[in-house]
Design a protein around this ligand. Structure first.
Ligand SMILES: Cc1cc2nc3c(=O)[nH]c(=O)nc-3n(C[C@H](O)[C@H](O)[C@H](O)COP(=O)(O)OP(=O)(O)OC[C@H]3O[C@@H](n4cnc5c(N)ncnc54)[C@H](O)[C@@H]3O)c2cc1C
Length: 494
């Protein structure tokens, strides 16, 4: 199939983890495939992720002598979902736990290197696999593998509408009107709707979620909309990971994070992690962090305050501050504290954020690897100048905080220099959970019942009501559902 062809066996909408895995699986099964990606490059939220993937029975679990199985994983996922568990789609949860191991095997065969498995209670045993060196490795290796099987990748291709004939999906129309026709099936793998406009979000969401941005601005729910327009429906549209306070991603990628994701280099890093002292490896591993990290709320429990760009406090920091940042000017805030808090956050069990590779990053780690979000000054006035807020307002906020502390308050006062500001921070929807209703074959279901001929969905666009709480299940779902959708669409999508 040449790049000019306008008809393919399989059209995949979205070049993130689910879409690239679907393209690879479909091409492996002999189909001609095109991936349509609206961004300037492939990657999606998958490339922004921390890169953990939770699975059982993997090579790494076996090498660590961990006895585990999919049934145990299935049960533990209910524990993580807690009170929401009754909303789960158990058939899709089953599909995930039964197939995630093969997904990890395939990713490893394609050259992706994992470390782990890492513990994450209430999982009864360690199951979390973390990519080395970083999540762009998923994209690079999957793209390479799919291209090797002649899948065509087209970036800047914004799919807008599904073309149907007698109720069957026969193609995709791009913004600008170009049509790409399909012989077997379209697979919607266009991510979540955390960055959709207010009107679309308010179909499903309420409250502070409506006023805050999604981490990935391209996650505008296009697949959900296109699926709905041909009779599909969105399940669990009200659920999202967020609002969550996060630092902005680093303004410039570090040299380390630009290192290639070759298997050989990844293995070398893995070896170095095993043999070199932590103090040597920490700055190196943190240099890979290209993503938005979430500051620990224990900073607020210990005495840090939040101020907006006017230098004013705007909420009780210990009562869901994440719900209030979206309504501040510029939707940004800074975390302010003195040496009393700073000294506590230089070693575990206190930490500024979790971080890939090292587990937990403390204030010293941030000073070394994220100087763009650490401001330090000898007095409150100089700190105000450093972050660009009015100094009298910031001083007033600190005084008001002291006045509000009650006897026996656990929070430290802010008297001792140096003074710190971490930020700016923003409140984000990290991702939304609402995806098209699908069956166990990843076929999109019509709201009146039965599959829509010629239409599959995977990843966040095809989340189908499965709850993916905890860490590593979203990527697990993206790659597993993409893989199965790609293979099923070739087998059955006629
Ligand atoms: C900061 C962060 C950290 C995370 N860390 C983890 C983690 O460690 N482990 C984990 O399990 N999960 C993690 N997640 C969640 C996980 O990354 C996502 O759930 C997963 O990557 C979704 O994959 P996807 O392929 O469905 O979507 P995406 O990776 O977002 O891919 C969708 C693609 O479709 C494209 N697209 C959208 N609309 C169109 C259109 N109209 N036409 C063409 N293309 C379109 C988008 O540009 C995008 O490239 C994290 C998320 C974030 C934001």
């Amino acid at each position: 199939m040449t790049e000019e062809a306008r008809e393919y066996d399989i059209v995949v909408v979205g070049g993130g983890g689910a879409g690239l895995m679907a393209a690879y699986a479909a091409a492996m099964n002999g189909a001609s495939v095109i991936v349509l990606e609206k961004g300037a490059e492939l990657g999606g939220t998958t490339a922004l992720s921390v890169g953990t993937l939770t699975a059982t029975g993997t090579r790494l679990q076996r090498e660590a002598d961990i006895t585990d199985n999919a049934d145990a994983h299935f049960e533990d996922m209910a524990k993580i979902a807690g009170s929401r568990a009754e909303r789960d789609n158990l058939k899709l949860r089953r599909l995930l736990v039964d197939n995630a191991c093969e997904t990890v095997d395939i990713l490893e065969k394609l050259g992706i290197v994992f470390t782990g498995p890492l513990p994450e209670p209430p999982h009864r045993v360690p199951r979390m696999h973390a990519i080395i060196p970083h999540s762009k490795g998923f994209i690079r290796q999957l793209e390479k593998a799919a291209r090797n099987k002649h899948a065509v990748m087209r970036t800047g291709a914004n799919a807008q509408r599904l073309i149907t004939e007698d109720g069957r999906v026969t193609g995709v129309e791009l913004a600008g009107g170009e049509r790409i026709m399909v012989r077997r099936a379209v697979i919607l793998a266009s991510g979540d709707f955390s960055a959709a406009d207010h009107a679309y979000k308010s179909k499903y969401m309420t409250g502070p979620l409506l006023d805050i941005a999604g981490v990935n601005p391209l996650s505008t729910g296009d697949g959900q909309r296109m699926g709905e327009a041909v009779g599909g429906e969105v399940i669990n549209g009200d659920l999202a990971w967020g609002p969550e306070i996060r630092f902005l991603a680093p303004p410039r990628l570090s040299i380390i994070s630009k290192l290639p994701t070759w298997r050989g280099l990844a293995k070398l890093i893995l070896l170095a992690m095993k043999i070199l002292p932590g103090a040597v490896m920490r700055p190196f591993l943190l240099g890979f962090v290209t993503t938005f990290l979430a500051p620990s709320h224990s900073l607020f429990d210990k005495g840090a305050i939040l101020v907006n760009s006017s230098g004013d406090r705007f909420c009780d920091e210990r009562d869901r501050p994440q719900d209030h940042i979206g309504s501040q000017e510029g939707k940004v805030a800074w975390i302010i504290f003195g040496a009393e808090v700073a000294d506590q956050f230089r070693s575990y069990p206190n930490f500024i954020s979790t971080a890939p590779g090292v587990g937990y990053a403390d204030l010293t780690d941030y000073e070394k690897t994220r100087p763009d979000v650490v401001h330090k000054a000898a007095n409150v006035e100089a700190l105000a100048e450093s972050i660009g807020v009015p100094s009298n307002a910031l001083a007033g906020s600190v005084d008001a905080f002291h006045a509000s502390r009650t006897a026996g308050d656990d929070r430290a006062a802010m008297m001792k220099p140096p003074f710190y500001a971490l930020g700016p921070v923003q409140s984000w929807i990290v991702f939304s959970e609402g995806g098209l209703k699908v069956d166990e074959n990843l076929r999109v279901l019509h709201r009146d019942g039965g599959p829509i001929p010629g239409l599959y969905a995977a990843g966040s666009a095809g989340q189908g009501g499965v709850l993916l709480e905890g860490h590593g299940h979203h990527l697990g779902w993206a790659f597993t559902s993409g893989r199965l959708a790609g293979a099923n669409a070739v087998r059955d999508g006629v």
